[in-house]
Design a protein around this ligand. Structure first.
Ligand code: GAP
Length: 432
């Protein structure tokens, strides 16, 4: 993990947040490469879960929601962690993380556990009192439930159908850590899939989405052996869940949650109907009856997905007798698709390379680099996960062909400049 954290900082994927002020408790900033990777992972999720389907629609709801949302959703009452304080050194711990009765830092005596709500509070408007208290959303899901009637009334949807959104969520985690695995501000990609209130139907779609989501990670480069499914025990289920299965990843610190797929039943629509007084039922033409649908919810953290993709892609090998660090990212996710290099800084090669880079920039993120030996330039791109290298050499000046180098095999072929964009599109599989 440390090697990846260093690479992320060195290459501009992820920086510690507020770095010049010494950082701020597990916040991170995404640099120029990190933001590209993040956009590509989000796009890979959106295209698979929303755009390629007829039965899932998109939404982008506000982060600040009416405070009664959180009373209805049960987060005010239940979104808590048991917390203990050390009477001597004053450090705080999640009591479920502790295996001893005493402080793990100094051995001091601990207080009795008390419930600590994980939602961040703030105020809406200029007056700071209880009437103006609002919360930063701890999950994007509630924005979907409160818009259920809007979607049904405007979109002519038919069950089963899903509503998806991506966006920031906030949790005042007591024990954030493991780099971007658990932070207090993170992005979620969630989809609420509404089905008939029927156990067989629910089970069918639950199994379907577990399989779909597992396959998505494999499709975009995570090795199957580093993923596993873990159904939750009854006592660890979230307050809204009738059953949850986690897709876990084998992180360097052990197996841990990557994505959760939950059966939320009609819990949320029931509670919001009750609390808002609005009818959140669905009229079923087939059975000529009204009911509140049940929900199957695949919920993934974007930052956590990035971590898993980067960890799985991280590799060290030997090329031409030299050690290299390489991020074997799927070309669709890679921040930069191709590095463009003039072999020499003379004979018209830099000008030609710049022209090629400008042409490719119309379709792909490419970088131009003329500094240092060609071997060093390749290594720099390997480390950034760039799948292809395009080198302009003396032959280019004669026949308008370039060498195209593959990051993983390091093999090189000659390609005509006129065919280069098509060849890259073909090799990437999708342009972003
Ligand atoms: N709407 C359901 C829900 O929010 P969750 O299991 O609490 O369920 C879903 O969160 C996903 O969001 C997790 O599987 C994880 O990928 C991500 N996630 C949750 N808390 C996180 C945190 N503090 N930092 C980073 N990602 C987090």
């Amino acid at each position: 993990m440390e090697k990846l954290v260093n690479l992320c900082k060195r290459r501009g994927f992820v920086f510690p947040g507020s770095d010049i002020y010494g950082g701020l408790g597990s916040t991170f900033d995404y640099g120029p490469l990190g933001i590209e990777l993040k956009r590509n992972v989000r796009e890979a999720w959106w295209s698979e879960v929303v755009r390629r389907r007829f039965d899932v629609l998109g939404l982008d709801s506000a982060i600040l929601m009416h405070p009664r949302t959180w009373a209805a959703s049960g987060h005010l009452e239940n979104f808590t962690d048991p917390l203990v304080d050390c009477r001597s050194c004053k450090q705080r711990f999640r009591s479920s993380d502790l295996s001893t009765q005493n402080c793990p830092a100094c051995g001091g005596q601990l207080t009795e556990p008390r419930q600590f709500n994980l939602m961040f509070k703030t105020f809406i408007g200029p007056v700071e009192d209880s009437a103006s208290t609002v919360y930063l959303r701890p999950e994007t899901a509630q924005g979907i439930f409160v818009n259920f009637a809007n979607i049904v009334d405007t979109q002519r949807v038919k069950l089963p159908f899903g509503v998806a959104q991506t966006g920031k969520s906030f949790r005042n985690e007591i024990t954030p850590g493991n780099f971007i695995f658990r932070t207090r501000e993170f992005e979620q990609m969630e989809m609420e899939f509404f089905v008939r209130p029927d156990e067989t139907e629910e089970q069918r779609w639950f199994d379907y989405w577990v399989e779909e989501r597992l396959n998505w990670f494999v499709k975009f480069g995570i090795r199957r052996e580093n993923l596993r499914l873990r159904p939750h025990d009854l006592e660890e289920l979230s307050h809204y869940s009738r059953g949850t299965t986690d897709i876990e990843y084998r992180y360097p610190f052990g197996w841990g949650e990557l994505e959760g797929i939950a059966r939320r039943g009609s819990y949320d629509l029931d509670r919001h109907s009750e609390m808002s007084g609005r009818d959140l039922s669905y009229y079923d033409e087939e059975s000529k009856s009204r009911f509140r649908p049940w929900v199957v919810e695949p919920a993934l953290g974007l930052d956590r997905a990035m971590l898993a993709f980067m960890l799985d892609a991280f590799d060290e090998d030997i090329v031409e007798g030299e050690e290299r660090v390489v991020l074997r990212l799927d070309p669709r996710l890679a921040p930069i698709k191709a590095g463009v290099f003039p072999l020499l800084r003379k004979s018209g090669q830099p000008e030609k390379a710049w022209q090629v880079a400008e042409m490719l920039r119309k379709s792909f993120m490419v970088s131009y680099d003329q500094a240092g030996s060609i071997g060093r330039r390749y290594r720099r791109q390997d480390e950034a996960g760039t799948p292809f290298g395009v080198t302009i050499d003396h032959q280019t000046m004669e026949d308008d062909t370039v060498t195209l180098r593959d990051r993983d095999s390091t093999t090189q072929v000659r390609v005509a400049v006129a065919d280069l964009a098509d060849e890259l599109t073909r090799r990437i599989g999708w342009s972003t």
